[in-house]
Structures are given as C-alpha cells and as structure tokens.
Design a protein around this ligand. Structure first.
Ligand SMILES: C[S@@+](CC[C@H](N)C(=O)[O-])C[C@H]1O[C@@H](n2cnc3c(N)ncnc32)[C@H](O)[C@@H]1O
Length: 203
C-alpha cells in the first residue's frame, strides 16, 4: 500500500518542502482525490463567476501535478501557465497537457515572473502549512497590476495560525485590495479538513 503523506505534510512546517513533494508526487493525485480534494473546483467556480474573459492568462502558482489547473480548465479557462518548486510534481502536470507554459524555480530565488505579467494569479492549496511560507502572499500580490485578481485558499491547519487571516485583513484594511469572494467549505472532506477560499481584487 502506498505511503500516506497527508499527515506528514501538515507537520512539516513551511521551510523548503521540495523533498516532501518529490517523494509524494507519484501518489499525490490518488491520495488527495481519495480524500475528496475539492478546493481547486471551489476556487475555479468562484473565479469563473467574476472573470468575463476566460482566455485571460492565469498564473497557477504552486500548480503541483496540475489538479488546480485541471479545475480552472474544467470551468472554461483556456490560458493557464503553471509555476512550482518541485520538478517531480511539475513532470506529472506536464503529462496532463493543461498548461501553456510550465516552469520550475528554486524558492530561495525571486519568483520568475515580472510585474503585471499576469492579471490573474491563483495559489490553490499552496500558501500555509506544508507548502509555501506566508511571505509568498506579498510576493504574489506585488506582481499583480491594479484590478488584478488573486485567488487562493487557506486550509484548516493554516487557518489555525492567525497570521494568515491577519495578512488578508491587513491587505483589505490598508486599502490594497477588496474582497470579491470568501467562503468556508470542504477541502479534503474525507480527512475532515475544510478551507477558506478567497478572491481579492487589487486596488
Ligand atoms: C498541496 S500541493 C497543491 C498543488 C496544486 N495547486 C493542487 O491544488 O493540487 C502544494 C504545492 O506547492 C508547491 N510549493 C511548495 N512551496 C512552494 C513555494 N515556495 N513556491 C511555489 N510552490 C511551492 C509544492 O511543490 C506543491 O506542488
């Protein structure tokens, strides 16, 4: 029987998680789908309700094996690029032929995207416990142009650290963004995990 990583992942903190995802890549889709992983579909539907031009290029940051890109494509988005720090995860995304461009980068370097390159950025299941650190929120937000959209999720483990929601509140109260969508719902229902999903519009 394949090793389960769902418990390990949330114990791992948010330091470089590449080793964990290198080992998990080949069984990731099966394990999360078995547990009803639904956050990508929730973010994709929320974005679809807001975005009129579905051919707008989306950066799916932390695309992993492509489950988030698949959900975006399934609701009608046609131009999706993927970026991740794990070659093993991205190699599996490549096989799904969803992304127009796929890039792997070293998380100790700058995100290889220039400011205003993408009007829509998603980070689905990426920021927080077991993956990217909170500073990635600011890094991604700073890459968006005014009116750009940022769709992301925080799962229950991440929400148990008030700094994450605090970051969103600070972004809103300082007038940097408005919130177009926020809802709490299933993340990995068979593992009893929920998540908040958010769509922010940069001001
Ligand atoms: C739980 S998976 C989510 C993957 C995909 N978005 C999905 O919904 O299935 C988290 C992903 O974040 C990536 N990741 C971890 N740290 C990262 C960082 N600092 N920057 C970008 N991606 C990172 C991992 O390699 C992994 O592919």
């Amino acid at each position: 029987m394949a090793k389960s990583y769902l418990n390990d992942v949330y114990d791992g903190g948010t330091n470089d998680s590449r080793e964990l995802y290198a080992s998990w890549a080949s069984t990731y889709d099966n394990e999360v789908q078995k547990n009803g992983y639904v956050t990508p579909e929730r973010v994709a539907k929320a974005l679809k309700d807001i975005v009129t031009n579905q051919s707008e290029v989306i950066l799916d940051y932390g695309c992993g094996t492509g489950l988030s890109g698949f959900a975006l494509q399934a609701v009608g988005f046609t131009n999706i690029d993927g970026l991740d720090v794990s070659q093993e995860m991205v190699s599996l995304a490549e096989e799904k032929s969803i992304y127009k461009k796929l890039t792997v980068f070293d998380p100790s370097t700058k995100i290889p995207v220039h400011a205003d390159q993408y009007k829509i950025i998603t980070a689905i299941g990426v920021i927080g416990a077991g993956a990217a650190p909170l500073e990635v929120f600011d890094n991604l937000f700073s890459l968006l142009p005014p009116s750009g959209l940022f769709g992301f999720s925080f799962n229950d483990h991440t929400l148990s650290d008030p700094n994450y929601e605090g970051k969103v509140k600070q972004c809103l109260s300082s007038g940097q963004a408005i919130i177009l969508h926020k809802s709490y719902g299933n993340h990995l229902p068979k593992a009893n995990l929920k998540s908040n999903i958010y769509i922010l519009k940069k001001l």
